[in-house]
Design a protein around this ligand. Structure first.
Ligand SMILES: NC(=O)c1ccc[n+]([C@@H]2O[C@H](COP(=O)([O-])OP(=O)(O)OC[C@H]3O[C@@H](n4cnc5c(N)ncnc54)[C@H](O)[C@@H]3O)[C@@H](O)[C@H]2O)c1
Length: 424
């Protein structure tokens, strides 16, 4: 995000503690696409674009750090992505559950107080997740709905039914941001983001930075890889694409370049002071089976030989459910989806194929063993298979969540000074 906004003429200051690299290493994983050091990435960006984002490597849960950054940057807009994004990571044990909730909630609280004291007119664009809503047997509105109860009507926040400690941290954030808007008069956009995927975040293949140091990471371990990341990596190394249970869990998805477009639209169109608004940010919904079938079709067309298999679902989640969320607010602001999933999957496979050996060397991290009941046991295959791939416990995905879609490490902008005329 920092790269995207800086390239469009915004003056960007960012903070990132570098936790993502530590979390993935803790899971025994590594990015399928090699990631350069932060300094090398900043240098490469400056060589390509003639300017660089100002990046502080520090912790958002340290209030002094956040206040210093606000004093230096005096932001007009704050894009807050700096949280732990993994459901499985938060479900490992009490230590991880509590760490994820503290990290996410405390960081956001520090941002809210820094805004009150140092940037009360700024616009907070806060990353939430579609996973906050869960899978109710109702259509899902954008944040609020009209309800009649015992003869009285009101407009209330739509109930959240999160499915992991991580997702609940985002619900608590949403409540805190909404409350801060009310009591401090702040303005905020809470973005209920669907699963982000893809490797080309600048929008078109032609714009994709040539320097590999600027490419985004792509994780495929059970905690920080998404289903689609794993399916692509599995296709590349000839492992079966593994579905959790029935594979009928449906979620919203959008390509990373369109996520950048949507967040930029939100930045450029702030709400009124005191307003808390919610955007559901996704393009299309797919079941996980549909997703695997798409990857398999594209991979087959590229000469690969993917198989799809089902494994035990380590999560407690509904595998058959209604799913029909609204997503009109961003379209009303001018959001135009630019990529279709098939071409994005093709680009991902093209980017991953040269790293076959790197992925194959870490293939064991695809196997899920973090279970929602707190135990650790690898998921077994639920089908007989067709002879391809291993017979025992299989590779899998920690599902449909958000654990990364490969956002670049330098991408967690917390302060952006708008330069609206310098885009393009
Ligand atoms: N990627 C998705 O599909 C997706 C979907 C929905 C929502 N989200 C949300 O988007 C945001 C970004 O997700 P992502 O997938 O790019 O994850 P990411 O791990 O790549 O980005 C989060 C970054 O925040 C940093 N961070 C975390 N805690 C910090 C702290 N206390 N201080 C400083 N830096 C800290 C991490 O080092 C990491 O680089 C998250 O808030 C996530 O919940 C992501």
């Amino acid at each position: 995000m920092a790269q995207y906004l800086t390239a469009r003429g915004h003056e960007v200051s960012g903070i990132d503690a570098g936790f993502r690299r530590e979390w993935v290493a803790e899971m025994g994983g590594r990015s399928a696409l090699p990631v350069a050091s932060v300094e090398a990435r900043l240098d490469a960006f400056e060589s390509a674009y003639g300017r660089r984002p100002h990046l502080v490597q520090d912790d958002l849960t340290d209030r002094d750090v956040v206040y210093r950054l606000f004093e230096d940057a005096r932001p007009e807009a704050i894009v807050h992505l700096g949280e732990c994004p993994s459901a499985p990571y938060s479900m490992m044990d009490a230590d991880h559950a509590i760490w994820v909730q503290r990290n996410n909630i405390e960081g956001t609280m520090n941002v809210l107080y820094a805004m009150r004291d140092l940037a009360p007119g700024a616009h907070l664009v806060k990353l939430g997740t579609m996973g906050e809503y869960g899978t109710p047997d109702l259509d899902i509105p954008e944040g609020f709905f009209e309800i009649e109860y015992r003869g009285r009507r009101d407009r209330l926040p739509f109930p959240r039914q999160a499915g992991s400690w991580y997702h609940w941290s985002k619900v608590h954030d949403s409540n805190n941001v909404m409350f801060a808007c009310r009591i401090f008069g702040l303005r905020a956009t809470d973005v209920m983001q669907g699963v982000v995927y893809g490797t080309r975040f600048f929008g078109s293949s032609a714009d994709h930075p040539a320097d590999p140091a600027l490419h985004t990471r792509l994780d495929f371990d059970q905690a920080f890889g998404t289903a689609l990341n794993r399916f692509c990596c599995q296709s590349v190394i000839g492992e079966p694409l593994t579905l959790f249970g029935l594979g009928n869990q449906r979620r919203g998805f959008l390509p990373i370049c369109d996520s950048m477009q949507c967040l930029t639209l939100a930045v450029d169109n702030p709400p009124e002071a005191g307003d808390y608004r919610v955007f559901n940010q996704f393009e299309e919904t797919y079941t996980i089976s549909e997703l695997a079938a798409k990857v398999a079709a594209v991979a087959s067309g590229m000469g690969l030989d993917p198989q799809i298999r089902r494994i035990e679902n380590p999560r407690k989640e509904m595998e058959e459910h209604h799913y029909n969320p609204d997503h009109d607010h961003l379209l009303a602001l001018g959001y135009q989806p630019t990529r279709d999933m098939d071409s994005e999957i093709r680009a991902m496979l093209e980017d991953l194929l040269p790293h076959h050996d790197r992925i194959a060397a870490s293939r064991e991290v695809l196997l899920p063993d973090i279970r929602w009941d707190g135990s650790r046991r690898r998921s077994a295959f639920l089908d007989a298979g067709n002879g391809a791939g291993p017979d025992g416990p299989a590779a899998a995905k920690p599902s449909v969540d958000e654990p990364d879609a490969g956002a670049a490490d330098v991408d967690h902008a917390i302060g952006a000074k708008a330069a609206p005329l310098a885009r393009g």
